[in-house]
Ligand binder design. Structure first.
Ligand SMILES: [Zn+2]
Length: 259
């Protein structure tokens, strides 16, 4: 029987009560459990929950507080998503190389379901991976993450749409509409990541360009993991269009329910 364990982190901040939690960010730890807990409790980062490979769930930060898991991030025109999100770290050294065991998958599904119940403002398209909101900079929770299983459990979206005939110029606009950032630049200032396209961008070093191919790669890592190559081929774009349709109808469903 998986356990639920309180193990507070020192890293958290107050939430602005005027700002709703509307995003759920899923990560792999890239470290074993003990190292992860040490970093997330006593290092410079944190998450609300850590889910071990055996299904044990550790709560490090209360949902009513901000945890420091997203870092430099961008989704649906919002930047730096810690303030508006819940972060779940899932123990896996590299979700692009190692599968997630069944008992861990079940624990994550149950946890995500509870989180969304507590925060109905989290729309399905806002159940994201770290790589979705920080393309190129992050590749977690990886191509072996169980997004289809989550979607089947009512958490987030999935698409198996067959390929459609479209052009790459469509992809940039569609990705943006779905929530992905446009191509952009980021770098470091005083050791911290910052976007390099803002008016105060002077003094930023180690600038990295995030291209359209990098954004397409992030989309594929989540929604078309069979081939992650940064090319907006017919299957990639067909799934993107299908997901947009699903996302729009999910919003209408919420409105209909509350009417
Ligand atoms: Zn992450």
């Amino acid at each position: 029987m998986a356990r639920f364990i309180e193990l507070p982190s020192k890293n958290h901040a107050a939430r602005d009560p005027a700002i709703a939690v509307d995003t759920l960010v899923l990560h792999h730890t890239a470290q074993p459990l003990d190292v992860s807990l040490e970093l997330l409790r006593f290092g410079t980062v944190s998450a609300h929950y850590v889910v071990d490979v055996n299904g044990d769930i550790y709560r490090l930060v209360e949902e009513a507080r901000v945890a420091w898991h997203a870092g430099l991030s961008w989704w649906r025109d919002a930047r730096s998503l810690n303030a508006t999100s819940i972060g779940v770290e899932i123990v896996n050294i590299d979700g692009n190389r190692h599968a997630y065991p069944a008992v861990q998958r079940q624990a994550v599904i149950a946890l995500c379901r509870d989180i969304i119940k507590r925060h109905p403002t989290i729309q399905p398209r806002n159940v994201v991976g770290h790589s979705d909101i920080a393309p190129l900079r992050k590749d977690d929770p990886g191509t072996l993450f169980f997004w289809p299983e989550l979607a089947a459990a009512g958490i987030g979206l999935w698409s198996d749409a067959p390929p459609a005939a479209v052009t790459e110029s469509d992809a940039a606009a569609l990705l943006r509409r779905f929530g992905y950032p446009p191509p952009h630049r980021y770098g470091r200032r005083n050791g911290r990541f910052e976007f390099a396209d803002e008016p105060a961008a002077g003094g930023i070093t180690d600038v990295i360009d995030v291209s359209l191919a990098d954004i397409i790669t992030a989309f594929q890592r989540h929604y078309r993991p069979a081939r992650v190559d940064g090319v907006a081929d017919a299957q990639t774009v067909a799934r993107l269009q299908d997901l947009l349709r699903q996302a729009d109808s999910a919003v209408i469903d919420v409105a209909a329910r509350s009417a």
